[in-house]
Design a protein around this ligand. Structure first.
Ligand code: RNT
Ligand code: ZN
Length: 421
């Protein structure tokens, strides 16, 4: 399809949506303004550049033998640049501490803003913001399975120091790029089998977090978030950083919770936690992931879970208070395809949610007219959403149809040969 056809189709779709009171131009504008934080770690299966020979630990796993991936910061940036040009809308890049780009040989307790200056240059070129994560896994000091909640002071101190340094880096990102950097703490701590003492690790975690957040930074540049988890491989019986723990912590200490779609029982509706949390919290970080039977971090699909999550944010007017971040890693397919599929899906679901006649549906609900509420949510499923998405891509100067597949194939063919040498 050529550009003219895309525009014509859009005009038709616009009319169809206008009939039910939906402003498609407004929806596109809104979708374009919501940043999506794209995770760097899909690019190299969470190896990072600090100690790439360390095996991934902390109960998360990347499986697959796809023979491709960035081997250094330069290649990762090249890949990200390519991927960004396939994704409509506003973007941020989400970095982990182990992605420091420096010629010095440093450990995680030595990171400083200067080790990330090349990432800041890249972000400026790409006109995007940066988010940050301390890396509390894949490290000898995390080998016991405990970090901030360890019963050894020396281990806790090491990781507290790392997290304090991470906030400094977030502050640097925020200042340099003129937009808040989300600094998210996730720890792998937990027990494989039933612990006797379920309380002390959590008390230690609260104390460690307090020490981290006491450290002096300009908080206007950073949003501090903590990510809960139900279990991991090797921590099936108990995680110190459970949802109840962190939700209580953030509400008491005025911090922000991170909900990862894969970190709950598989039968739980994670999207329904959002409005509950937001009655009491100003902001929220969402890790958009896809669990399959466990926290498997599959590439995000445009499925019911994602759609309901986006609908919940739009229908309840929570988009502007929510930070959207991707979190998946599949080593069995191309990282570039994984990124692009997942990111475009997040954008599709977001735009589709913005194309609902929310007021009309709410009025029906308030009037007790459940016949029409159900009828319309079903009717909307066959509305010409695809034509609006194509136009959204066109406006953002990214591929509006399946042309991106060929572009990525060619990019891979060019680079794969070189990287296999
Ligand atoms: C792990 C968490 C965490 C990580 C990243 C790499 O279960 O989801 O967000 O995926 O920090
Ligand atoms: Zn996560």
């Amino acid at each position: 399809m050529n550009k003219k056809e895309i525009k014509e189709r859009y005009e038709q779709a616009k009319k169809a949506y206008a009939k039910i009171g939906v402003d498609t131009d407004g929806a596109i504008e809104k979708a374009s303004s919501i940043p999506l934080s794209i995770h760097c770690w899909q690019g190299d299966n969470i190896k990072g550049f600090m100690h790439p020979d360390e095996t991934l630990s902390g109960g998360i796993q990347v499986t697959g033998e796809y023979p491709y991936g960035a081997r250094n910061p330069k290649e990762l940036r090249e890949d990200l640049h390519q991927v960004f040009s396939m994704i409509p809308g506003k973007k941020k890049l989400n970095l982990h501490a182990i992605y420091a780009d420096t010629d010095d040989s440093i450990d995680v307790n030595e990171i400083e803003p200067k080790h990330f200056s090349r990432w800041v240059d890249f972000a400026k070129e790409e006109q995007i913001g940066l988010d940050f994560n301390p890396t509390l896994f894949s490290h000898p000091k995390a080998a016991s399975g405990f970090t901030l909640s360890s019963n050894k002071k020396e281990i806790r101190d090491f990781w507290i120091d790392h997290c304090i340094r991470s906030r400094k880096i977030g502050e640097y990102f925020g200042k340099e790029l003129n937009q808040k950097s989300v600094v998210n703490i996730w720890i792998p701590d937990g027990f494989k089998d039933y612990p006797i003492d379920r309380l002390s690790p959590r008390k230690r975690l609260a104390e460690s977090l307090d020490r981290i957040y006491e450290s002096d930074i300009d908080e206007s540049h950073v949003l501090d978030t903590v990510e809960s988890k139900l279990f991991g491989i090797g921590t099936e019986a108990y995680t110190t950083g459970s949802y109840d723990f962190y939700l209580s912590y953030v509400l008491d200490r005025n911090k922000t919770i991170c909900l990862d779609l894969g970190h709950f029982h598989q039968t739980e509706d994670v999207f329904d936690k959002i409005p509950s949390v937001m009655v009491f919290s100003d902001e929220l970080l969402l890790h958009i992931s896809r669990p399959m039977r466990w926290d498997s971090d599959h590439v995000v699909l445009m499925d019911d879970v994602l759609q309901r999550t986006m609908e919940t944010l739009v229908r309840n007017d929570l988009l502007d208070r929510t930070h959207l971040a991707l979190d998946f890693f599949d080593g069995s397919i191309s990282p570039l395809f994984a990124w692009t599929i997942g990111s475009r899906n997040a954008q599709k679901a977001l735009l589709r949610a913005l194309l609902e006649p929310v007021k009309m549906l709410k009025d029906m609900e308030n009037d007790g007219d459940y016949n029409h509420r159900l009828t319309w949510t079903e009717e909307l499923k066959t509305y010409p959403f695809a034509d609006v998405f194509a136009y959204y891509c066109l406006k953002n100067d990214v591929p509006y149809d399946d042309a991106w597949i060929k572009q990525l194939d060619e990019y891979e063919k060019r680079n794969l040969q070189e990287r296999r040498q």
